[in-house]
Design a protein around this ligand. Structure first.
Ligand SMILES: NC(=O)c1ccc[n+]([C@@H]2O[C@H](COP(=O)([O-])OP(=O)(O)OC[C@H]3O[C@@H](n4cnc5c(N)ncnc54)[C@H](O)[C@@H]3O)[C@@H](O)[C@H]2O)c1
Length: 334
């Protein structure tokens, strides 16, 4: 059976990646404890992929349960998305973040080393870089994270690097920039539990009337219009990067880190204007003071991804906003 293990596969990036991998695998084995996702995604993934989708509702910290699963399902190919991802929460609950993102990764790796894993792809983050010494961030940029979330991602990368070398596993840590948007079907998208921390889910809740107004943190940065700039990347482009990463990892003995971004930065105001001018969606926003710890601007160096993975992002800002809106409309009807 041609199958792949996907931790965190019911979450935002994991679910989109499974859809993009539908032609590569017959079975997807998802390990997800539903701490930030819903069981209903399993059925939607079955509809979108027409492939076998198995879900185990367990934590990656539960090594005994992982061992039990991997005894009957050999984890030859693994993508590890499971983790906690809020910068803000990581400052308030450092223990939880280290427990899940570092100890959870260690428990997964320890279990995998007993069960013939060959390829391992990890969801890392641009937050490992910290304050930009120069832009774009390339993969050789110093890694001095400025928050606990970034520290946990860097520690996990380092663990994976050692483990992959010791166990002769081909591994890639993908440093994602800022994924937004949703699958074009509108059937899956980003649905965080609680009040969203990321820009696009927050905007969608303002559009739907669930939240009153978008807070724009600062309009006095040294950026094109004063608001913060990020390298927003369409989720489908990001998901497709995993297809390319797996192909690369299978045909090369890799142990590397690769940025996954567009190489461009988009401001918060450009996103607001895209909704208003191209999609005729207006919503309230308030300019408030800068948020401590926010960087004015950053974006990815993409040469390595182009060269090694033969992959680049294709979608526009309009695609990102339109598909997010489509997801919101569809989801509201579910
Ligand atoms: N979304 C982003 O902006 C972004 C950017 C860079 C990196 N990442 C990383 O990518 C990965 C996926 O992000 P996402 O946006 O899809 O997040 P998400 O929260 O939507 O998905 C993560 C999934 O992992 C599951 N999970 C959490 N802890 C678990 C545990 N202990 N055991 C099993 N499952 C667990 C959650 O239930 C959820 O379904 C994360 O590791 C995140 O740190 C995300």
């Amino acid at each position: 059976m041609n199958r792949i293990i996907v931790t965190g596969g019911l979450g935002y990036i994991g679910s989109h990646t499974i859809v993009e991998l539908k032609d590569s695998y017959d079975e997807f084995v998802i390990i997800d404890n539903l701490s930030n996702s819903e069981e209903s995604v399993v059925e939607r993934l079955r509809t979108l992929t027409k492939k076998s989708i198995l879900h185990f509702n367990i934590s990656i910290n539960d090594e005994l349960e992982l061992d039990r699963i991997f005894q009957s399902i050999t984890p030859k190919h693994v993508i590890h998305f499971a983790g906690l991802k809020s910068v803000k929460d990581s400052e308030e609950k450092p223990y939880e973040y280290f427990l899940t993102n570092v100890a959870g990764t260690a428990s997964l790796l320890n279990s995998l080393s007993k069960h013939q894993c060959e390829n391992f792809i990890f969801s890392s983050s641009a937050t490992v870089y910290g304050e930009p010494k120069y832009l774009p961030y390339d993969e050789n940029h110093p890694t001095i994270p400025i928050n606990n979330y970034g520290r946990t991602k860097l520690a996990a990368e380092q663990l994976i690097n050692q483990w992959a070398t010791l166990n002769k596993v081909s591994s890639l840590s993908l440093r994602y920039f800022n994924p937004v948007g949703a699958h074009s079907s509108g059937m899956i998208g980003e649905k965080p539990v609680g009040v969203p921390n990321n820009l696009m889910p927050y905007i969608l809740e303002v559009i739907s009337g669930k939240l009153k107004c978008l807070k724009v943190f600062g309009d006095d940065y040294n950026t094109k219009d004063g608001t913060g700039e990020r390298d927003y990347i369409h989720i489908t482009d990001l998901a497709r990067a995993h297809v390319a990463a797996l192909n690369y990892s299978k045909s090369n003995r890799a142990n590397d880190v690769i940025n996954i971004g567009t190489g461009n930065s988009i401001s918060v105001m450009e996103i607001i204007d895209t909704f208003k001018n191209s999609l005729s969606i207006k919503f309230e926003y308030d300019i408030v003071s800068r948020r401590p710890g926010d960087l004015p601007k950053y974006f990815a160096g993409t040469d390595k991804a182009r060269k090694l993975l033969k992959w680049k992002a294709e979608s526009t800002v309009l695609d990102m906003c339109r598909d997010s809106l489509n997801w919101q409309k569809h989801y509201n009807k579910l």
